[in-house]
Write a protein that binds this ligand. Structure first.
Ligand SMILES: Nc1ncnc2c1ncn2[C@@H]1O[C@H](COP(=O)(O)OP(=O)(O)OP(=O)(O)O)[C@@H](O)[C@H]1O
Ligand SMILES: Nc1nc2c(c(=O)[nH]1)N=C(CO)CN2
Length: 171
């Protein structure tokens, strides 16, 4: 105990969004969750949603999920681990918003509002993305966005849900 830094033992509440639209999408999400469990004590995983691509349209439909868990990692460490997992699962740098075996975004980290060149929390585009807000509202409808003060349910009311379909796929 004695000389242990309090920061090292702190646990942080995190919400992550995962997407996949290449190869075996279900297997990619399962494997990403398995690898995340090494550093995030995952408490909840949403249903899988099949979603039409947003941004760059000429690509296959995605499977999207959101999960919630606890971690001891700092935001930057969590981002680094997420990027490592993306690359381990075969992600190659292609076009922005383009296809990928797995994408992992940090949505919330406690009530932190954080803006660095390589990392912005809450995720800067989550408010406009039904493929994030629909699964997030399933597991945390009352969660408050620390930037706007709005609940997830309120944010969801501001977006069209077209192209986001719940599937019966279990992870
Ligand atoms: N909250 C965040 N979660 C994950 N990455 C973030 C976040 N904020 C900023 N980034 C940065 O965004 C960069 C680009 O991420 P990525 O390649 O996954 O983009 P994208 O998935 O094509 O588009 P988008 O960022 O809109 O989801 C990452 O390398 C990371 O440095
Ligand atoms: N439906 C859907 N569209 C996207 C997604 C995604 O996960 N799902 N991710 C993107 C870049 O992060 C761009 N467009």
């Amino acid at each position: 105990m004695g000389d242990e830094s309090p920061e090292c033992s702190q646990t942080h509440d995190v919400y992550l969004a995962l997407g996949s639209n290449l190869g075996d999408r279900r297997a990619h999400l399962q494997e990403a969750l398995r690898r995340l469990r090494a550093v995030v004590d995952i408490q909840q995983v949403s249903t899988v949603y099949e979603t039409e691509p947003v941004g760059y349209l000429d690509q296959p439909c995605f499977f999207n999920i959101v999960c919630h868990g606890y971690t001891n990692l700092t935001p930057q460490e969590l981002l680094r681990r997420a990027k490592t997992i993306e690359h381990q699962l075969g992600r190659q740098e292609t076009i922005r918003n383009g296809p990928r075996p797995v994408d992992i975004d940090i949505l919330f980290y406690d009530t932190l509002v954080y803006t660095e060149e390589n990392l912005v929390i809450p995720h800067p585009r989550m408010h406009e993305r039904a493929f994030v807000l629909v699964p997030l509202a399933e597991i945390a409808p009352a969660m408050q966005d620390p930037r706007s003060g709005k609940s997830v349910q309120e944010l969801l009311q501001g977006v069209a849900r077209d192209g986001v379909t719940g599937t019966s796929v279990l992870l």
